[in-house]
Write a protein that binds this ligand. Structure first.
Ligand SMILES: Nc1ncnc2c1ncn2[C@@H]1O[C@H](COP(=O)(O)OP(=O)(O)OP(=O)(O)O)[C@@H](O)[C@H]1O
Length: 326
């Protein structure tokens, strides 16, 4: 299991493997009022959030939103212009060496020499850490056993990605920072990677995940900070974000006989009624499904192919930022 591989060396991480859903917990990362500019370009403007031990915390936003700059400040790779950051009680600028031992960072594509073999890369990186993970277990957990003697450049995109995750975990970190985890992967490799990340979290590692994929955020994250234009526009669970901004439901059905749209438009729960060929689409909130089906029953109309669509994180993002993510 990932957990055993990663925990090798042992430490006093409390709450390991506890899945937290946004409740009060122990913050392991705290960012307050972070500002960072590059020359005239303001990249991050007043970003604040905190990450609890054991959760998968996502930073979601479009290209250029300031996600990478934010996590690079958390990792100590960039110096903030203003603001306070605490990671495991450490100051990322002052305590760089200690932080490096306890926070795993994913390498970006192209940061390893082409001819370096998988196991050699792991051994090399393991040598930088006080408490390296069990490498045999790590290659097995990451599905790289058969590729252990393969040169980096011969690996597929998914295998390179798994190696970069393995390298982020090689020092038995308490926190792993994963940036654009599944960019460029095919759908199957992406789903495999998500399963893997859940296994890593189950082993007690807190994960800070940067993504611009809505589906990834929805599937993996316990909580999310939505960032747009260098600012945090919301922090919540994926479900909370959706519920907070949009309680709308769309009810689609094919009436068994002609029925007036007015019957539905008159209901207080209904905001809009559209006809798409023979299909009626009723949009509303609250108990709209019950209201619509009551009208149908009263008029002895059967609703064929009835479907209820709820708002998703895409809708929430549009409501929060005024535009679509992709
Ligand atoms: N070294 C740099 N010098 C100048 N501008 C930069 C630098 N790094 C980033 N920027 C700019 O700062 C803004 C935020 O960039 P950042 O990479 O943090 O965003 P991001 O949300 O991670 O986007 P992406 O997903 O495209 O990486 C962008 O407008 C970007 O062009």
């Amino acid at each position: 299991m990932a957990g055993e591989a990663i925990r090798e060396g042992g430490d006093s991480r409390e709450g390991c493997g506890v899945r937290m859903k946004g409740g009060p917990g122990v913050p392991v990362i705290e960012v307050r009022g972070l500002h960072k500019r590059y020359g005239d370009k303001v990249a991050v403007e007043d970003v604040s959030f905190s990450v609890e031990r054991g959760e998968i915390f996502g930073i979601l936003g479009p290209n250029g939103a300031g996600k990478t700059t934010t996590v690079e400040c958390v990792e100590g790779l960039r110096k903030p212009d203003r603001g306070e950051i605490s990671v495991l009680g450490l100051d990322p600028q002052r305590d760089k060496a200690e932080l490096r031992q306890r926070v795993g960072v994913q390498l970006q594509e192209g940061q390893l020499p082409d001819r370096l073999r998988v196991f050699e890369a792991l051994e090399l990186y393991a040598s930088f850490y006080r408490k390296p993970a069990d490498l045999e277990q790590l290659v097995s957990t990451l599905g790289l056993t058969e590729k252990r003697d393969t040169a980096y450049k011969k690996l597929s995109g998914g295998q390179k990605q798994r190696l970069s995750i393995a390298l982020a975990l090689v020092g038995s970190p308490e926190i792993a920072v994963l940036d654009e985890l599944t960019t460029g992967l095919d759908p199957q490799a992406r789903r495999d990677t998500w399963d893997l990340i859940e296994a890593v979290r189950a082993s007690g590692v807190t994960i800070l995940l940067v993504t611009h994929f809505m589906e990834e955020a929805e599937r993996l994250c316990d909580r999310l900070a939505v960032i747009d234009g260098g600012r945090v526009v919301a922090v919540d669970t994926p479900g909370g974000l959706v519920a907070g901004v949009n309680d709308e439901q769309r009810i689609r059905f094919r009436p068994s006989r002609p029925v007036s749209e007015e019957l539905f438009a008159a209901l207080p729960e209904v905001r809009k009624v559209e006809r798409q060929g023979e299909v009626l689409v009723v949009t509303g909130s609250g108990n709209v499904l019950h209201a619509v089906t009551s009208v149908l029953a009263r008029h002895q109309v059967i609703a064929g192919e009835l479907r209820v669509e709820h708002a998703n994180l895409d809708d929430a993002f549009v409501a929060l930022t005024g535009r679509k993510l992709d």
